[in-house]
Design a protein around this ligand. Structure first.
Ligand code: ASC
Length: 118
């Protein structure tokens, strides 16, 4: 429940940024910064409810607990990419924002493809 709640919040706030990066919603620098700050913060949370012994279950694959080093590498990458997203958000360049949104989204997708059961 903890893990899924954190993932839901990340998806919500990242989705608000992605909507602006994709042109579905008008670009609003302050809103991007606010949402990127939340994504950078919340991206640090799910691992408290994933990878520790006793947190198996849901749609998380057993590989998370079998290969914790690989999982840590993957979760560390998300935190570094969301940190970059926040810096780019503050800089206010829309093209750079699109690229950073792409990098974060690729990181989400890689981890889901690897560690999330269908
Ligand atoms: C999102 C979201 C994800 C990722 C993923 C990227 O906005 O909720 O899980 O991006 O779809 O491929």
């Amino acid at each position: 429940m903890y893990r899924q709640s954190a993932m839901f919040l990340q998806s919500t706030h990242f989705g608000r940024i992605a909507a602006m990066a994709n042109g579905r919603v008008p670009y609003d620098k302050a809103a991007v910064i606010a949402n990127a700050g939340l994504v950078a913060m919340v991206s640090q949370l799910p691992w408290n409810g994933a990878s520790a012994p006793g947190t198996e279950g849901g749609k998380a694959k057993p590989e998370i607990w079998k290969d914790p080093a690989k999982f840590k590498e993957t979760s560390d990458k998300l935190m570094s990419e969301t940190g970059k997203l926040l810096m780019v958000a503050k800089a206010g360049d829309l093209d750079a924002l699109k690229a950073a949104v792409g990098s974060v989204g690729d990181t989400c997708k890689f981890c889901h493809d690897t560690f999330l059961a269908k």
